[in-house]
Write a protein that binds this ligand. Structure first.
Ligand code: ATP
Length: 426
């Protein structure tokens, strides 16, 4: 059977992954064998989300009705029912609904009615509380398939200390990453010297470690020194896979979806108030603004180094008319040129302007020239991929350390055929 739960938490506390981990233990205690535990991230642009739009799927073997009663009791005991934004949903199904619903919830928007219709057709037992919105995520979780996957080990706090400051030795987290990178990632942000894997919210999570296999996240975990955890759960996840991205084209992007688009940089990058950096990409006469916000730190320097004429692919969510950058693939760099008075062909000295529209004159030997000197400037940037730092990374965004999926690299290569005009630098 497939068990799905979602929307059990609020900004004030709880976490659906915690309830999932409690459920795993209670199901096993009741003689229901757990075979898989999935942490399923859904569309990061859903406005109702508490934090990272996560839902949980547990695959188990045992009595369906017994499992349903157990899951319902667990959710009713632990979910944050008092919060008006918390609308839990739970599903226990003898079969998996088609994965199309998962992809719709991951990349688009779904309704409760769509989820319920699917659950009826699948013969699932289900219960939605309050406005029942959690049924969307619970249904998507059990419908999920992961062509690519990663793992996360989550350590949970003991109940008595929820809401108090966490005691996790930061140095031990840096050491955990140092000893296991590139097989684990995003425990810390080396470049910015900050810890990423310890939340600051009042939920039961103590820390999380992301990596390529259960063995690697457990290895990294063994280096972490912290307050004693209540229990720990390793989830298989779609985090770090770019599963949310849709290959798109500028001019057809829809609000609240996440895309990968190719285009030519037009105009110079602009740094706005708060340190946010923007560039405009153009393709086939359509334009889109791409944003690198202040929390993306050093990634903004990459965006600032782009010049008009550069050909890039950009990934990110399209929100409020802008693509919020997660990653950039530079396909082709424009030639950067500087226009200066020419060097005198007679004496080799730099000429000076002879006045507007009058060309250039050599002050040493009086030689004249109508042609300006064009100097090619070495670009500091190289074609390739650039990403936001771990501290600004979205759960679903695939870190470069995992390599580039073929379809993304194909897209970057395919747009190299665009024309690259020269770009004049002052
Ligand atoms: P946490 O990460 O701490 O578990 P959360 O960020 O997952 O919290 P939820 O409290 O689960 O946030 O709220 C997300 C709500 O949005 C859920 O009710 C879920 O069913 C719903 N939802 C998820 N994806 C979609 C979608 N694509 N379209 C419409 N509703 C969605």
């Amino acid at each position: 059977m497939w068990i799905g739960i979602d929307d059990t938490d609020s900004p004030a506390g709880m976490c659906t992954t915690y309830i999932g981990a409690v459920l795993v233990r209670r199901l096993e205690h009741a003689g229901i064998r757990v075979v898989d535990t999935r942490l399923v991230r859904l569309n990061p642009n859903v406005i109702h989300k508490t934090r990272g739009n996560a839902a949980i799927c547990i695959e188990a073997v045992g009595d369906l009705e017994a499992a349903f009663d157990l899951v319902a009791r667990c959710v009713e005991e632990l979910a944050e029912f008092d919060n008006p934004m918390t609308n839990p949903g739970l599903v226990v199904s003898p079969a998996r609904p088609p994965p199309e619903f998962y992809y719709a919830a991951l990349r688009d928007f779904c309704t409760v009615d769509e989820a319920v219709r699917l659950l009826e057709a699948t013969g699932a037992l289900y219960r939605g509380y309050k406005n029942r919105r959690g049924l969307i995520g619970a249904t998507a979780a059990i419908a999920s398939e992961f062509p690519d996957k990663t793992y996360e080990l989550l350590a949970y706090r003991k109940r008595g200390v929820w809401g108090t400051p966490r005691h996790v030795d930061a140095r031990s987290l840096f050491r955990a990453e140092e000893m296991t990178y590139p097989h684990t990632w995003d425990t810390v942000d080396q470049e910015n010297g900050v810890v990423v894997g310890v939340p600051h919210t009042p939920d039961p999570v103590l820390f999380g470690i992301r990596g390529e296999s259960p063995a690697w996240v457990e290895m990294a975990r063994s280096f972490v020194r912290s307050e004693e955890s209540a229990f720990e759960q390793v989830y298989v996840t779609n985090q770090g896979t770019d599963a949310h991205l849709i290959p798109g084209s500028i001019g057809t992007l829809r609000e609240g979806r996440s895309y990968m688009v190719g285009g030519r940089v037009i105009g110079s990058p602009k740094t706005g108030r708060g340190g946010h950096v923007s560039i405009i990409l153009e393709n086939n006469g359509a334009e889109v603004r791409c944003m690198a916000y202040e929390p993306t730190k050093g990634f903004r320097d990459v965006v600032r180094a782009l010049l008009p004429g550069d050909i890039v692919v950009a990934t990110g969510s399209y929100k409020g008319g802008s693509l919020n950058l997660e990653k950039i693939g530079v396909a082709c760099l424009a030639d950067a040129v500087r226009v200066r008075p020419p060097v005198c062909p007679a004496c080799g000295k730099r000429m000076t302007s002879a006045g507007t529209g009058k060309g250039y004159k050599c002050r040493t030997c009086s030689e004249r020239s109508r042609e300006a000197g064009i100097e090619r400037i070495e670009r500091q940037m190289r074609p390739g991929w650039y990403e936001v730092p771990p501290s600004a990374r979205r759960h679903l965004a695939r870190p470069l350390v995992r390599g580039i999926p073929q379809w993304e690299e194909d897209l970057r290569q395919s747009i190299r055929e665009y024309d690259t005009p020269s770009s004049q630098v002052n």
